[in-house]
Design a protein around this ligand. Structure first.
Ligand SMILES: [Zn+2]
Length: 329
């Protein structure tokens, strides 16, 4: 039964949509391969604009599919921010104060007549790694996605775990410091304030303003990507900022390892692609976890990079339209 369902799934053509903080990526995904893609800047200012932007991109992918003889069976949408997946509603997107409660699932479904599924982008990224990335075959996986903020997701016994109200896996809001910056969530000392791209920038800028020695220019301090390049060139302040971020990722990771005993921790997101976090995160995690639990666990860099959200959204559509269980309910 399971094998038959999997066979059916791989014959399917779907559209995956990654609705991020600044762009929307659309992919046409058929039999496990990306056939076409489209990246659109996120210009929407109202829920209606946002729905139309997503529907427009989906229509483009449907016609691209039709022109090469592929019929789309379902659509998956992964959204940054808080998502009510059962209702297909993007409740609270990041960085768009004028937009709340967008019924993305209904909008796509009524425009196309196709089954449409919506989830958080962290869950989609973890699903992408589980289907076609570093977590293939693993049943218990914790994902940290380090970008402008820190997202995350949990896979337990081969299913995504979303918790009582669907927002589980928010690893960026694990408190790690007694004092420190106020987080976007309102609390003080969340992991995200220390170890995200924004946290790294803030640390560097504050240390430089306080007289710390650095060869970085003020412009280079404006992005975690350029700070990472300076770290690789040997700048001590830049290196310290990344080691500090990795240390706190390891502290939060150790708490989760001791609690959940996973097979693997996947580290994704744009800031992790610097390659400057996973080794030190792994070291701290190993030092602070129970040795019997952590001995077979490692921190592994994600494989799908910036396409993880769209690939994962496509996998979401494949799995749910194929009637396969995905969530640990
Ligand atoms: Zn927070």
């Amino acid at each position: 039964m399971e094998r038959m369902a999997l066979g059916m799934q791989r014959k399917m053509t779907v559209v995956g949509v990654d609705l991020g903080a600044s762009n929307v990526r659309f992919i046409l995904y058929s039999q496990g391969h990306e056939k076409s893609s489209l990246l659109v800047p996120l210009t929407a200012r109202t829920p209606h604009d946002l729905e139309q932007l997503v529907v427009g991109g989906v229509r483009t992918m449907l016609s691209r599919g039709a022109s090469c003889g592929l019929t789309v069976s379902a659509i998956g949408v992964g959204c940054a921010g808080l998502v009510n997946r059962e209702r297909g509603v993007l409740v609270l997107p990041p960085n768009m104060p004028s937009i709340r409660n967008v019924a993305i699932g209904d909008a796509v479904r009524s425009a196309t007549g196709l089954p449409s599924f919506v989830d958080n982008d962290g869950n989609c990224a973890l699903l992408a790694e589980s289907v076609s990335g570093v977590a293939r075959g693993k049943r218990n996986v914790i994902m940290f996605a380090v970008g402008t903020g820190i997202g995350g997701a949990l896979m337990l016994n081969g299913r995504l775990y979303t918790g009582r109200i669907g927002f589980a896996g928010e690893v960026g809001h694990i408190p790690v410091m007694r004092r420190g910056l106020r987080c976007g969530c309102g609390n003080i000392g969340c992991l995200e304030t220390v170890a995200s791209g924004t946290g790294i920038q803030h640390y560097v800028q504050r240390a430089a303003a306080g007289g710390a020695a650095t060869a970085m220019s003020p412009t280079e301090m404006l992005s975690a990507v350029t700070i990472g390049e300076c770290a690789k060139r040997g700048d001590h302040l830049a290196q310290r900022a990344f080691s500090r971020a990795a240390y706190y990722l390891g502290v939060a990771g150790a708490g989760l390892v001791n609690t959940l005993a996973p097979d693997m921790i996947v580290l994704g997101g744009g800031v992790s692609e610097s390659g400057l976090l996973h080794v030190n995160m792994d070291r701290t995690l190993r030092a602070k976890s129970l040795s019997l639990i952590v001995e077979s666990v490692s921190v592994v860099l994600a494989h799908n990079g910036s396409r993880a959200g769209a690939i994962g959204a496509a996998c979401l559509a494949e799995r749910l339209a194929g009637g396969q269980p995905l969530y640990l309910d």
